[in-house]
Write a new protein. Structure first.
Length: 110
């Protein structure tokens, strides 16, 4: 499982860093537009987020889903298990001041 986690985090970092957008993930998170959801994907914190943030969330989530599926298939585990493991690590690594999704689905600053 630890090997899967390392592979997962590496894949997520690679795909997140490869998005060719004017806005990057850290900028969107720092601005309070984007946060880490409890399902392993990014979410929009506010409906007033600019179109670039919406596009970023869509592209990053598509890349994450593809990486998660590949990891799940390679390791013979369910996609949901990979998503939840990724979510746990992403929530832990989110620095104070950025948004994370609470258990009730609301957004809170960490």
């Amino acid at each position: 499982m630890r090997k899967t986690l390392r592979i997962l985090l590496t894949a997520a970092a690679i795909t997140a860093g490869s998005a060719a957008l004017a806005l990057d993930v850290q900028e969107a998170k720092s601005a309070g537009w984007v946060g880490e959801q409890r399902d392993g994907y990014l979410g929009l914190v506010t409906s007033s987020a600019p179109p670039e943030a919406r596009q970023l969330v869509t592209e990053i989530n598509q890349a994450r889903r593809a990486s998660y599926r590949e990891i799940a298939a390679r390791n013979g585990i369910e996609l949901r298990a990979v998503e939840l493991l990724a979510a746990e690590k992403a929530l832990q690594k989110t620095p104070p001041g950025q948004f994370i999704q609470a258990e009730d689905g609301s957004w809170a600053r960490k």
